[in-house]
Design a protein around this ligand. Structure first.
Ligand SMILES: Nc1nc(=O)c2c([nH]1)NC[C@@H]1CN(c3ccc(C(=O)N[C@@H](CCC(=O)O)C(=O)O)cc3)C=[N+]21
Length: 291
């Protein structure tokens, strides 16, 4: 068997086309969806991501605003930017690019974002709502993974899903979404005992550990669907290139389908950010919206 490659770029293009239609419908009602991206410091990878987000927003008709602060900016300065954006009714989505410099508490900044504008879904109000099964703004990377899984497998009920990694931005919300889709869910992490054996029982594997090519064929049940969230830059023969958390060459003969890196989950993350921005704009202008 050789795994089918799950084309995240093509699926992201379909999501973005839907979003562009939703944006046009909102504009016809006089609402221009707007996304603010806040970048603190000059991490080169973060700069690339922020640029890609701004480009995608423009393509679907979302207005974007960029706020750049120096690496030495204080927490108070970042909070002031966030509070200004909270108060600005023309801004519907706020994303503070992570990681923040070490001297700034990420939790404090994320909790300062108005939950209605929290297009990353990282505020505890949205984290709690996801856990309760309320229709809240949902973290973009796990939401993108769910879309790829549904397109590949259809109904996910009863599938055994193994999530490798327990971060707040991917592993934990991913487990919550899989559970909401009626999967049986196992979360593995750095203290798990015999993780290969547990992972080898999975119909669905979501790898989000941030270790290049950690998951090899020994971890994968024949026919499993593998979602590789990792984006690791490595030196290979003196050249820099991107690899996932999955050893794709080793796993492809075993899995039934796998996402490539690049071109898998990454483009979906950005597409779901645009989707969340439109959802946030629509909700802020719905009759039931507070204030
Ligand atoms: N508040 C916040 N929200 C985020 O969503 C967030 C963040 N902070 N900090 C950094 C990570 C990383 N991230 C990516 C998004 C798209 C690609 C992406 O499109 N990747 C391309 C390749 C890009 C390349 O060549 O480097 C691909 O996989 O095909 C990658 C990574 C969002 N993040």
């Amino acid at each position: 068997m050789s795994a089918r490659l799950i084309d995240g770029k093509a699926t992201a293009a379909r999501v973005l086309a839907e979003v562009a239609g939703d944006v046009a419908a909102l504009k016809a009602r006089g609402i221009e969806p707007a996304l603010a991206v806040v970048l603190v410091g000059s991490d080169p990878a973060s700069q690339v991501y922020v640029r890609n987000k701004v480009l995608r927003a423009g393509e679907v008709g979302i207005r974007s605003l960029e706020y750049r602060l120096g690496a030495e900016a204080s927490a108070a300065e970042v909070l002031e930017v966030v509070e200004g954006l909270n108060a600005d009714a023309s801004v519907h989505g706020i994303l503070v690019q992570l990681p923040l410099p070490a001297h700034i508490s990420e939790t404090q900044v994320l909790q300062a974002i108005d939950p209605a504008k929290d297009v990353d879904g990282f505020h505890s109000e949205n984290v709690g709502g996801l856990s309760q099964g309320r229709p809240v703004l949902t973290p973009c990377t796990p939401a993108g993974c769910m879309r790829l899984l549904r397109d590949t497998l259809g109904d996910l009920a009863g599938k055994h899903a193994v999530v490798v990694g327990r971060s707040n931005i991917v592993g934990k919300p991913m487990a919550a979404l899989l559970l909401a889709a009626d999967c049986s869910v196992t979360v593995l992490h750095s203290r798990s005992v015999k993780p290969q054996r547990l992972c080898g029982q999975a119909d669905i594997v979501v790898a989000a550990v941030g270790r290049p090519r950690m998951i090899d064929a020994d971890w994968i049940k024949p026919g499993a669907v593998v979602i590789d969230v990792g984006i690791n830059r490595i030196e290979d023969d003196g050249r820099s290139r991107l690899v996932g958390d999955v050893d794709s060459d080793a796993v492809q003969p075993v899995a039934s389908a796998i996402t490539p890196v690049p071109g898998g989950v990454g483009p979906m993350t950005i597409a779901m950010l645009m989707h969340n921005t439109v959802t946030a704009a629509r909700q802020q202008h719905s009759p039931s919206a507070q204030e």
